[in-house]
Design a protein around this ligand. Structure first.
Ligand code: TMP
Ligand code: MG
Length: 222
């Protein structure tokens, strides 16, 4: 029998440093859930199709220069612009597989701010523009050292792909992990299939809990 969406969909987020294999795992999970007839939709941020996303893409490809704090707001705007669609999809029982989100937003900007922050430009400032977005039910963090990431293909093509910077980003991700109870870390150096298997187990549990109404919708930054 075909499973029918009863409760809400689950919000499954993938995060990690550049080249950690998030996009591959998102695609694997999409195919896996689709085969199981779970209503599912994949999103990735930055969404380069949006007008804000085009500016972000030009910035990442070093075609235009933008102030780091302005870029931060663009990344957040790129998410806020689809906030209602995400809320509606989840409420309609659609599971969302999301490739990067506000955690990347905060980590990549906070990594650029000099500490201490005399003007209040700190982690909390970075979090503010994403306030009110739907919160993920699980954050799957694919952990890979910046050195191992750099050894992968095409590294350095975009603005943030530098080892020393990625180390700073990892430090910020670690701070976010410490305040996120639904954060799960997987070793990104494992075989793709082995990661995919762990991911499908984690996803199945989140989907079942959401479907059965065990997890109320939450919003950032709770
Ligand atoms: P991508 O490689 O997943 O397309 O992401 C592009 C780059 O943008 C990546 O280095 C991470 C960075 N980023 C931010 O700085 N802020 C954000 O909010 C997001 C979603 C990504
Ligand atoms: Mg990238």
């Amino acid at each position: 029998s075909v499973p029918v969406a009863e409760g809400r969909g689950a919000f499954i987020l993938f995060e990690g440093l550049d080249r950690c294999g998030k996009s591959t795992q998102c695609q694997c999970l999409l195919e896996h859930l689709t085969a199981q007839q779970v209503p599912v939709q994949k999103l990735s941020f930055p969404d380069r199709q949006q007008e804000t996303g085009k500016l972000i893409a030009d910035f990442l490809q070093r075609k235009i220069q933008l102030d780091p704090l302005a870029v931060h707001l663009l990344f957040a705007a790129n998410r806020q612009n689809v906030r209602q669609q995400m809320v509606d999809s989840l409420a309609a029982g659609v599971t969302l597989i999301v490739d990067r989100y506000a955690y990347s937003g905060v980590a990549f900007t906070a990594a650029q701010l000099e500490a201490p922050h005399p003007r209040g430009l700190d982690l909390d400032w970075c979090k503010t523009p994403d306030t009110g977005l739907p919160a993920p039910d699980v954050v799957i963090f694919l952990r890979l050292s910046p050195q191992d990431a750099a050894a992968r293909g095409q590294y350095g093509a975009e603005a943030y792909e530098k080892i020393d910077f990625q180390e700073k980003v990892q430090e910020q991700f670690d701070k976010l992990r410490d305040t996120s109870p639904n954060w799960v870390e997987l070793d990104a150096l494992l075989e793709q299939d082995s990661i995919a298997q762990q991911v499908s187990t984690i996803a199945a549990e989140a989907i079942q809990d959401c479907r059965q109404g065990k997890r109320p919708m939450q919003y950032l930054w709770s």
